[in-house]
Design a binder for this molecule. Sequence first.
Ligand code: IMP
Ligand code: MG
Length: 178
Amino acid sequence: MEDEKLVLLYSKDEIDIRIKSLAGRISKDYRDREVALICILKGAFIFMADLVRNLTIPIKIDFLRVASYGNQSQSSGKLTIYKDIELSIEDKDVIIVEDILDSGLTLSYLIDKLSAKKPRSLKLCVLIDKTERREEKVSADYVGFSLEKGFIVGYGLDFNEQYRHLPDIYRIEMPIKS
Ligand code: IMP
Ligand code: MG
């Protein structure tokens, strides 16, 4: 393990407040409708679990696992779906629930793939919108936190599969290599 340093960015309490607010907006926007929430694995699993427990509307849930090759902190752009959804979303109102929107490559790929299944509507809910490295024109309909840059871990988010279990969100600082 490298000697990375973790700096607290968003506490569990701040995350709870944002999630309650997102869930309130979604419950209002989709009242009298049934929405299918698709959790993008693995990073969004804790966010999804907290979000759904704050919704006051009927929902269905499903999971999709997508990853780019390698395990580096930047997408390679070559994406593969390792687990597809099982629900039929044709004619359904769908929300993709994702941890981080960064370059936008993952979400633009998923929007294409899921749009092909002909949902009635397709929206995006992301916990963290990281704006600086955007390459694809993707914007989220529901955003927990906006941040320019930085590599973030905890609350489901990993660095080389570490730190997902931490209840708060941290910025990770790498030692400067000389
Ligand atoms: P994009 O395709 O560049 O938008 O990257 C999105 C994916 O990269 C996210 O779903 C995360 O899995 C991962 N990712 C991007 N930034 C971070 C970060 O700061 N921490 C953890 N994972 C990240
Ligand atoms: Mg992810």
